[in-house]
Design a binder for this molecule. Structure first.
Ligand code: G6P
Length: 595
């Protein structure tokens, strides 16, 4: 989703901002723009267009050295994907320039109240912000014009603001959209994502809501919206730069799929201390004191939540409900008297979850974020954080974060049960080895994919936890190959949806649970006799002649982490076969920071 990178200092602003924008590409976007200070004209010049950062880089190829500027990648929310709607946006008199992440919900109202005579160049809510700053600047100092504007905004924003009349100053403000300030040797980077400042800064702070900063030369001052200075506490930026290259792999997605066995081992290392599982005892105590766990999440993380529900209920015998974050925030269920909330989010920034957290806080209930980004909004604001240690996930379609989320949540279930009836360290190592041995032959999945996904519809079916893995398998295929795919409860298919089965429709059954293996196989026969092209993904002990993918047996609590691997590869190869942009699928964003 939208990305912001600003720079002010002595180094080459163009290079730092463009590099930052490249690093934010993984979030998904459709347009890119930059405003750079021109030392000759003594003005900020604007360059923007629909398209990739590469395209922007070509546009600014001959722009001379600049020491200050702001850049943006836009993921359209208000208005079409075109040059006019791309950021930065300027006020009509060209005095103020801004970039914005987030959504201003009352922009129409603001337009009608203050800017009736204003002729807008774009269809964006952002242009209303810059027009308002300009409007107020006619009657008050700039700092006040900015805060007067901010106080009138409803919704979410992360903003960088430049003023042509004081070009050495940069203003940054945020509310409900992440914004971080990075400090280098004698310069600053302001960005919506830590990734944009890796390699440039060695310290950073994450801005709090309703604060803003003024950066000028070496000085940075943080204010609240009433202009009272606030203290600034930078923390060390010790991010490892794992995303630097794809290694030998042609795409981040395949690199990330291949990393999964190592991540399982890393999780073990991180959560074990002196041979003992070391999860925060306060977290365990809080969950045990509650009556029911509510898992809130979106997309792939929600699918990890479903698997976690099965495992926690089986291992701990504690009720768990999974809710779509965007539904829960505004249509919460009747809650148990002592609820505990787990928010699962790879990015830790998903706006639907941030909205949930706000509501939950009002209930005084305890929360834990399960995330890959320890500096994220959700990690900062929840009572507890469980880090999944997957390393930066760059491909928009999530793979390693999904399996890492499940791996961490099974550890949690184990810790909650308090019964050490299985050797968890051994089982995780065995899982990691099984994943490795399957992935050694990953290219075999290419051939199967070529023969299977020839139609524009497909189904994954399964029962119990296999059904939940099927939901994720279907989402993956949809996301990057654009094949319409459903994950279906195997027994439910015959109650209507079976009408969609045509000649050669691929139906892939996931079969890893002994109790229901035969039932699922029967369901597969039902569709096969109606023309479907049927495939199976099974575990060794349940295999039958003719099964398509046979996976080694691992502990049943960990099996879903293995079962999903072939489905990730099917999605990858289906997209490859269609010549699609695997790492940056159309319309999608990695981190969805609007509701
Ligand atoms: C977006 C991404 C999905 C992701 C979902 C939740 O829609 O495209 O891949 O699963 O957000 O993201 P989160 O960061 O909260 O796990």
């Amino acid at each position: 989703m939208c990305g912001i990178v600003g720079y002010t200092g002595k180094r080459d602003a163009k290079e730092i901002i463009l590099n930052g924008l490249y690093r934010l590409e993984y979030r998904g976007y459709d347009s890119a723009g930059i405003s750079l200070y021109n030392q000759q004209t003594k003005r900020y010049e604007l360059y923007k267009d629909a398209g990739r950062v590469d395209h922007l880089a070509r546009i600014v190829e001959d722009v001379p050295y600049s020491n200050s500027g702001i850049g943006h990648t836009r993921w359209a929310t208000h208005g079409k994907v075109n040059q006019l709607n791309a950021h930065p946006h300027m006020s009509k008199n060209n005095r103020f320039t801004i970039v914005h992440n987030g959504v201003i919900e009352n922009y129409k109202n603001l337009r009608d109240t203050y800017l009736q005579d204003h002729r807008f160049s774009s269809e964006t809510d952002t242009e209303v912000i810059v027009a308002l700053i300009d409007y107020f600047s006619h009657t008050m100092p700039v700092k006040e014009a900015i805060t007067t504007t901010l106080k009138r905004l409803q919704g979410s924003y992360a903003l960088l603001i430049l003023d042509q009349e004081e070009p050495s100053k940069m203003y940054a403000a945020k509310h409900k959209s992440p914004l971080l300030i990075g400090r280098g040797k004698d310069d600053y980077v302001v960005a919506s994502d830590l990734m944009a400042m890796v390699g440039v800064c060695d310290a950073f702070i994450a801005l709090e809501d309703e604060t803003f900063v003024v950066i000028e030369a070496q000085k940075i001052i943080l204010y609240n919206l009433d202009h009272q200075p606030q203290s600034l506490q930078f923390q060390t930026l010790d991010y490892t730069d794992e995303l630097a290259d794809k290694g030998a792999h042609p795409h981040y997605m395949i690199k990330e799929i291949m990393e999964q066995p190592i991540i399982i081992r890393r999780i073990l290392e991180k959560y074990f201390s002196e041979e003992k599982l070391a999860l925060d005892p306060a977290l365990i105590k809080e969950i045990k004191a509650s009556e029911r766990i509510y898992i809130l999440a979106a997309g792939t993380s929600m699918h990890a939540g479903y698997v976690a529900k099965t495992m926690i209920e089986t291992i701990v015998r504690m009720p768990v409900e999974v809710h779509i974050a965007s539904e829960f925030a505004y249509h919460p269920p009747v809650l148990s008297k002592k609820p505990f909330f787990m928010l699962i989010s790879q990015s830790g920034e998903t706006a639907d979850l941030v909205a949930c957290l706000k509501k939950i806080k009002a209930l005084n209930a305890k929360t834990c974020t399960v995330t890959n980004v320890k500096t994220s909004t959700l990690a900062r604001e929840a009572d507890f954080t469980l880090e999944i240690y997957a390393g930066p996930e760059i491909a928009v379609a999530s793979t390693k974060a999904y399996t890492a989320q499940i791996a961490v949540l099974v550890l949690l279930a184990y810790a909650l049960s308090g019964k050490e009836t299985w050797d968890i360290r051994y089982e995780y190592s065995k899982l990691s080895q099984a994943m490795e041995s399957f992935l050694e032959h990953y290219e075999e999945m290419h051939q199967i994919t070529k023969q299977t996904f020839t139609k524009f519809h497909a189904f994954y079916i399964g029962r119990g936890v296999d059904y939940y893995v099927g939901l994720e398998a279907a989402l993956k295929l949809k996301e990057i190959s654009y094949i319409h795919t459903e994950g279906y409860a195997a027994g439910e298919l015959k109650h209507g949806t079976i009408a969609l089965i045509e000649d050669q429709t691929p139906v892939i059954a996931l079969i890893t649970t002994k109790e229901v293996a035969l039932n699922t196989r029967s369901n597969l026969h039902e569709v096969a006799s109606r023309g479907a092209n049927t495939l199976t993904i099974v575990t060794e002990s349940l295999k039958e002649v003719g099964d398509t993918v046979v996976l080694p047996d691992v502990h049943p609590y960990l099996t879903p982490i293995l079962t999903v691997l072939p489905t990730q590869l099917f999605a990858y190869y289906a997209a490859l076969e269609r010549g699609l942009d695997i790492d940056k699928p159309r319309n999608l964003a990695k981190s969805v920071t609007v509701e």
